[in-house]
Design a protein around this ligand. Structure first.
Ligand SMILES: [Zn+2]
Length: 236
């Protein structure tokens, strides 16, 4: 029975390690979400700079088009005979010049805004890079811990077979059957109560277990009952 309890202790350690091995990678999911968020922040910051530059280019193009028109109209002025047409053309040229100065002001504003957003971009880059290296370090820590857990579990699994062989064959197969549905499969008998389901065990059976005559299963939950002092098991 002591061997079986040792085996059970080992099996529970393996289960705990397996659970942790499943849990740990989930922490990395959280970091993956953070990475995506940071990438989006970076992109937004870059896009803002690009948009401002694009608008500057559009304004410059508009200005050039209007300047070309002005040059063209200026050439036409001399060939116009009618006063009204002459005036209309002058008015048109004046309008174009006004539009050009509006665009020029817009370009100045855009340049200032672009300078600011470039500074913000640099700051964002630095901050995001910092946050990413923290995330990388945390993920590396998780990987290291995971590797450690896996190695520990594999070592325990290796030691399981020799330990299992020490357990009485019949008892071992009962244990294997029970632990598929109930863990722990082996529980202590506390007074006359099953340590698994806390139901009372029949006095006759209690006596037999305490006399260490027979191995009994709890008639309520099916777990194997033992009457051994815990420290003995824990220490070994
Ligand atoms: Zn029980």
């Amino acid at each position: 029975m002591i061997e079986l309890l040792k085996l059970q202790k080992l099996d529970m350690q393996i289960v705990t390690l397996k659970e942790r091995e499943c849990e740990l990678p989930k922490q990395k999911d959280k970091y993956a979400i953070q990475r995506e968020r940071l990438a989006l922040e970076m992109k937004n910051s870059e896009d803002r700079c690009k948009r401002l530059l694009q608008e500057q280019r559009e304004c410059t193009g508009d200005i050039e088009q209007r300047q070309e028109k002005i040059v063209k109209y200026d050439g036409q002025l001399y060939s116009i005979k009618k006063n009204e047409e002459y005036k209309a053309l002058l008015y048109e040229m004046d309008l174009l010049k006004k539009q050009i100065s509006v665009k020029e002001e817009r370009i100045l504003a855009l340049m200032i805004e672009h300078d600011e957003s470039k500074e913000a971009l640099e700051a964002d880059k630095e901050r995001i890079q910092g946050e990413l290296s923290v995330i990388d370090a945390e993920c590396a820590k998780i990987d290291t811990e995971l590797d450690g857990l896996t190695a520990e579990r594999e070592a325990l699994e290796k030691s399981r077979q020799p330990l299992a062989e020490k357990v009485n064959k019949g008892l071992f197969s009962r244990y294997e059957r029970i632990r598929k549905v109930r863990t722990p499969a082996v529980v202590p008998l506390n007074e006359d109560v099953c340590g698994g389901c806390f139901m009372a065990v029949r006095p006759q059976i209690v006596n037999e277990i305490m006399a260490n005559d027979k191995i009994h299963a709890c008639q309520h939950c099916g777990r194997l009952l033992h009457f051994l002092h815990r420290p003995e098991v824990e220490d070994s």
